[in-house]
Ligand binder design. Sequence first.
Ligand code: BGC
Length: 260
Amino acid sequence: METNLKNKRVLVTGGNSGLGAAIARGFAAEGAHVAINYVAHPEATEAMVRAITESGGKALGVPADIADAKSVTAMFATLDAAWGGIDVLVNNAGIDGTQAPAWEADPASWGKVIDINLKGAFLCAREALRRMVGQKSGVILNLSSVHEVIAWSGYSAYTASKAGVAMMAKTMAQEAAPHGVRVLCIAPGAIRTPINRAVWDDPEGYKDLLTKIPLGRIGEPEDIARMAVVLASDIASYVTATTVFVDGGMTDYPSFAHGG
Ligand code: BGC
């Protein structure tokens, strides 16, 4: 089956590490032009751009703080100038935040999670939709999380941001569908990336994590990248306004495999 993503202009936020990097590489492998947004580690971005370019692809590093409206507007202006617009936005950038029960949470760090995960996704989608609605085509993929539906003690900002992203995406999908634009979410479970290294790097944490995953393994970034490529492609041209869970069954209540 053909993805037909060759020469499509793709922006991946937080594209220089973790899931974002795997997703950016996945699109580049399909011949898409990939813009890699980042806030830190320019050297990691440069290395990715070099690797993609050397293998015959097209890539561009675009620094921007996605929580800042002006910075996002400037990033899209850069894309317009370089490639004349955008076909696929992958809203990937995000943080887990500081673990604390709500009654001990610091409002500033709580707000930072919302600013990056939810407001940042909105600001980028807003700019992308302006262009996509005009050209009557485009796809916006939001990386939510299993925590758009699974509560997670210590992470009320994170869960709120991800549930928010899911409903924001559905609303945008409703608005944009008549204009030929699809908006949807991928909800990853536990994937081996720097964001949760402290858990999978620790034998006890890893053992506990596996009890939460029916398929019995932690996910790899490529598990998410493959789904991102498929959902952004015409293979999924009838899919919008929904969340696709890529979680090894984490949302299947594995603790109910016995008892109850
Ligand atoms: C979080 C990870 C966590 C996973 C499963 C993700 O959304 O970013 O830290 O391991 O959910 O709980």
